[in-house]
Write a protein that binds this ligand. Structure first.
Ligand code: PHE
Length: 358
């Protein structure tokens, strides 16, 4: 018996020493110390022995088991080190090699236009407000006077998320208007904010991308009227397009959250293949706007007999395309370095009213 044990030990030990990788070593471990392994089999035999035999064989078998386990652990450490060294050698990096050409970064036209807009509105006394891209149904629709089953919900091709445990479905906000609600709920009037950011609708062609950008404007005070809206938009568009004057056309329209509602067109010309904003014989639609609906004020706990105001929403990507003469919206999000180099802006060229916007 003792001789058999010695023989088994020599066999296993030499197999361990000869193993060249971790997989083979693992096979040896299983075939010796594993549940059905040879050493485990011997250990099981202890149960059938007389107390005297067990007293003699117990320590011997235990020692066998411990020795083999130790040898496997030692071999494992060695093999792991060998594997690590091989990998280090293979992944060696020559830090003395010359670097690749340095890539010059630039400011994306959308970021540039957002900065320009923020700068113009800051000069008019507006703060910048923010809201999440993932909105609740309440902020994106209900509080904006778009109840469930309202046909206006179909105006937006909404991306819905999977319902949560309570059955509530969040949405990717379809416009920046939910920031109006968030602002009115959290802030006492007078309110003067813009809210630029990402918006999402299931739509894709040369002038629509599933993710796009809007800027919302909101003014709430005790004596705000339509004249303020028109004056604000004139001042904004004049500054943005860097022209001395703009002529606006307010066209009656419909939004559930404003009453009255209007779409705003700016006079322009398309002569010579480029748009010129300011004068001409054509009109270009640039934004949607209106006086904040009393139901929206009420949803935010503001008394409509005390407070009124106006709101507007404007597509930033479209403004950028118009101002900087880019004709395919999809290129904005292609990350094509050639396009970015051509249309991008220097990082040091921060737009300011005094120093020039662009
Ligand atoms: N949220 C509207 C849209 O996305 C735009 C809008 C904003 C209209 C504010 C009126 C007032 O079409």
């Amino acid at each position: 018996m003792q001789q058999d044990i010695e023989k088994l030990k020599t066999e296993i030990t030499s197999a361990i020493a000869a193993s060249e990788n971790l997989d083979t070593l693992e096979e040896i471990r299983v075939s010796s110390l594993g549940k059905k392994g040879s050493v485990s089999g011997l250990m099981k035999g202890l149960g059938g022995m007389t107390p005297e035999e067990r007293k003699e064989m117990g320590p011997i078998l235990n020692a066998l088991k411990t020795d083999i386990a130790n040898e496997i652990a030692d071999r494992k450490a060695t093999l792991e080190e060998v594997a690590l060294n091989a990998r280090l050698l293979e992944e060696k990096l020559d830090v003395t090699l010359p670097p690749r050409d340095r890539q010059q970064g630039s400011i994306h036209p959308i970021s540039q236009v957002m900065d320009e807009i923020a700068e113009i509105f800051a000069s008019l006394g507006f703060d910048v407000a923010e809201g999440p891209d993932l909105e609740t149904d309440f902020y994106n629709f209900t509080a904006l006077n778009i109840p469930e089953e309202h046909p206006a919900r179909q105006m937006h091709d909404t991306f819905y998320l999977k319902p949560d445990a309570n059955g509530d479905r969040k949405v990717l906000r379809t416009h920046t208007s939910p920031v109006q609600i968030r602002t009115m709920v959290n802030k006492e009037p007078p309110i003067r904010i813009i809210a630029p950011g990402r918006t999402y609708r299931s739509d894709s062609d040369a002038t629509h991308t599933p993710m796009f950008h809007q800027v919302e404007g909101l003014v709430i005070d005790k004596d705000t009227h339509l004249g303020h809206l028109k004056g604000t938009l004139e001042a904004f568009l004049k500054a943005f397009f860097e022209v001395d004057a703009v002529t606006l056309r307010l066209r009656p329209s419909y939004f559930p959250f404003t009453e009255p509602s209007m779409e705003v067109d700016v006079q322009c010309s398309f002569e010579g293949g480029t748009v010129k904003i300011g004068d001409g014989n054509d009109w270009l639609e640039v934004l949607g706007s209106g006086m904040v609906h009393r139901k929206v004020l009420e949803a935010c706990d503001l008394d409509p007999s005390v407070y009124q105001g106006f709101a507007f929403g404007c597509g930033i990507d479209r403004l950028a395309m118009l101002k900087y003469g880019m004709n395919d919206l999809r290129a904005f999000f292609d990350s094509d370095l050639r396009w970015l180099r051509h249309y991008g802006f220097s990082a040091l060229n921060i737009p300011t009213i005094a120093g020039g916007l662009s």
